[in-house]
Design a protein around this ligand. Structure first.
Ligand SMILES: Nc1ncnc2c1ncn2[C@@H]1O[C@H](COP(=O)(O)OP(=O)(O)O)[C@@H](O)[C@H]1O
Ligand SMILES: [Mg+2]
Length: 277
């Protein structure tokens, strides 16, 4: 397992490996120094679980490991697709998975035109990011223009105007932990503070969510659309049924385990042992 920060999840995965008698070698990505044209395969074993929190560190290290023939969970293509909300949306649309209406623009003026197509309120998101950071509610044209004006002075990533219709849903969304296309556990993330964003990082509360046939089907399709592996798939309950708005590549599950009682770390180890063969 490669990591950069040790969260609850990495500790739980390491404990699950110990319990199951698997020799899981823990490698801090910050200690890695590899000569790319040499064979560094032996140091990493037969399969690597990628758990870096940093998107850039994770993606670049996965590329280097796969180039040496090492299997990485999740693989590079999954990390690239799921790590970027635009690439995810394109993959979901291609696979026919219901997802919110989304527009793409590259300048404030055209982004305002996109908003005329979607209507207000709408949601602006960085294509790479998590924990609800810089996900902004555009209530009307004035607030959209003010937010876009700020974006012009930011890093080029934040000048990709990925904008979504605001989905009319209850003050909660659904996080499913999906391993190899199967929903192993699901929670509602309920916003208590009145924040319209339901991220756990923003103080939402976890409640057990039943795994319905609709949830199973949409998550299986979304998992296939991005290339499978171990995923956190986020859905919203729209008036017309479930919509997938995000697929998380290195998913967190510290609230899902106590809420559902499902041994997610153990299931991750089982999956690694299966793909290792
Ligand atoms: N299109 C939308 N309509 C309504 N709420 C949304 C929409 N997109 C996101 N949200 C809310 O904002 C939160 C953060 O958005 P998300 O796309 O998951 O970004 P992040 O990667 O930062 O978690 C979601 O959990 C959800 O509560
Ligand atoms: Mg999210």
């Amino acid at each position: 397992m490669v990591y950069d920060y040790v969260r609850w999840e990495e500790k739980a995965i390491a404990n699950a490996a110990k319990k199951k008698g698997l020799n899981l070698n823990l490698i801090d990505s910050k200690d890695i120094s590899i000569l790319l044209n040499k064979d560094y395969k032996n140091e990493f074993g037969s399969v690597v679980l990628q758990r870096c929190l940093s998107y850039f560190r994770s993606l670049h290290l996965t590329a280097a490991l796969e180039a040496r023939g090492i299997s990485v969970i999740n693989n590079f293509n999954v990390a690239l697709t799921a790590g970027n909300k635009l690439f995810t949306t394109l993959a979901l649309i291609k696979a026919g998975v219901p997802t919110p209406q989304t527009t793409l623009s590259f300048a404030p003026e055209s982004a305002i035109k996109s908003l005329e197509k979607l209507g207000y309120p709408a949601v602006l998101k960085p294509t790479i990011g998590s924990w609800g950071r810089l996900v902004a509610l555009l209530k009307d044209k004035d607030s959209a223009e003010a937010i876009f004006e700020d974006r012009v002075h930011m890093f080029p990533l934040y000048q990709i105007y990925y904008i979504q219709e605001f989905v009319k849903r209850p003050p909660r969304d659904i996080r499913s932990i999906v391993i190899d296309g199967k929903v192993v556990a699901a929670i509602y993330r309920v916003s208590l503070s009145g924040n319209w964003k339901t991220n756990m990082a923003l103080g939402a509360k976890a409640e057990k969510c039943p795994i319905t046939k609709e949830l199973e089907d949409i998550c299986d399709k979304a998992s296939k659309a991005v290339g499978g592996g171990i995923l956190g798939i986020d859905c919203m309950e729209s008036p017309n049924g479930l919509l997938v708005h995000e697929v998380n590549n290195t998913t967190e599950f510290k609230n899902t385990v106590p809420t559902t009682g499902v041994d997610i770390p153990g299931l991750i180890i089982d999956y690694l042992m299966k793909v290792r063969r």
